[in-house]
Write a protein that binds this ligand. Structure first.
Ligand SMILES: [Zn+2]
Length: 369
């Protein structure tokens, strides 16, 4: 039996299908760029199979054939240059080992199987934000873990919505994707830095003790779980609710593309500036954030280690009371202030410190120990 996490029911339900056709074709439409190709990568008994595709029918047939036979099936999220179509017979899967393939149709080659490298990618068309429950490697997530991760994904989507950045939710089987799409942008040195910064910023704002934004998946050739296929991580165990689920992307009438990096230019600069101030900050000194917030008589709650939420946002006093403002301190002692609201995005730690000193007459330095 296969499973699918149903958003409306907020739990996994049994399904008979071993693939989800609509999601496979949406994935093709979102990630295939005419004049380029897509790589399918699948893992069978922990060994890779790869194939380069420029034909939707062949792509779809291959994916349907592989789903359920392989542990996981993945696809490239940015356009792969056509040159890679010549690596193997195009629109077919290829493997490099001769052990049992369990009935998988693929060509066998001796030696190492070549896949898409980061340097191969010339255009950026998407960034898939990966939101996963923290759990032991190699096992499937439970419904409870998926619900907690969905909550974090919803916060990220709200944050993006406030900035009018189109974003789409997908279930990766064991976590969630928030998919950002843009018109093809030529890759430059900045592209990779921007992708890294965006994931870092989202991780700092939204990670909890149980759920995290994966900061390692910024690279351009990064493969993502292919929507519409089954993920078979570990044993499918109904009793412990660790299930083999079909991934899928939520269906929309249209998927909009938007130059999301340009929207974050200020934030990226802020990250650079914070890095400098972190470098200059006095080593071995940290703020006692809770003592500081208590002395300031701000209503706060500790969300997790290094993250406190404020009920009333100091960037917009009286404007919104919804626990959307946050104070952070990382293990190095670097501090930060942020708020989900668009109009508060310019308000930094420095502004927050000024506010405490000038408006609330708190001597901030006294809380550094
Ligand atoms: Zn605010």
């Amino acid at each position: 039996m296969n499973y699918l996490f149903d958003i409306n029911e907020d739990k996994s339900v049994e399904v008979e299908d071993s693939y989800w056709e609509t999601s496979i074709s949406i994935a093709w439409n979102l990630f295939f760029t005419p004049g380029h190709c897509l790589e399918i990568r699948a893992f069978h008994q922990a060994k890779p199979l790869a194939g380069f595709y420029d034909d939707f029918e062949r792509f779809s047939d291959t994916v349907k054939h592989l789903s359920g036979l392989c542990e996981g099936i993945f696809v490239t999220q940015n356009p792969v240059p056509r040159a890679l179509l010549s690596l193997y017979p195009k629109n077919t899967m290829n493997g490099s080992y001769r052990t049992s393939k369990g009935g998988i149709q693929c060509n066998i080659f001796d030696g190492h199987i070549s896949t898409t490298g980061d340097d191969d990618i010339e255009l950026e068309t998407s960034l898939v934000i990966d939101v996963d429950p923290i759990r032991k490697a190699g096992i499937s997530a439970t419904d409870d873990e998926l619900r907690k991760a969905k909550e974090v994904a919803a916060h990220i989507m709200y944050f993006l919505d406030c900035r009018l950045i189109p974003n789409y939710l997908a279930c990766s089987a064991n976590g969630w994707h928030v998919v950002l799409l843009c018109d093809p942008q030529k890759v430059t040195h900045e592209t990779v830095i921007n992708r890294k910064n965006l994931l870092r910023m989202l991780a700092e704002k939204f990670n909890t003790d149980e759920v995290e934004v994966d900061q390692k998946v910024y690279n351009l050739a990064r493969i993502i779980k292919l929507y519409g296929t089954i993920s078979k991580k570990g044993r499918c165990d109904v009793e412990s609710n660790r299930l083999h689920r079909i991934s899928y992307i939520t269906k929309q009438l249209e998927y909009d593309r938007f130059n999301f990096h340009s929207e974050f230019a200020n934030d990226y600069n802020k990250i650079k500036a914070e890095k400098v101030s972190q470098f200059n900050s006095r080593p071995n000194k940290r703020y006692d954030i809770e003592a500081l917030l208590s002395a300031s008589r701000l209503s706060y709650r500790k969300k997790k280690e290094g993250l406190w939420e404020l009920e009333d946002c100091p960037a917009a006093p009286g404007g919104h009371k919804s626990w959307d403002a946050r104070v952070t301190q990382d293990p190095s002692g670097a501090v930060g202030f942020s708020c989900f609201h668009n109009r508060c995005s310019e308000f930094t730690w420095r502004d927050f410190k000024d506010y405490l000193q000038r408006q609330l007459n708190v001597e901030v330095r006294e809380y550094m120990k």
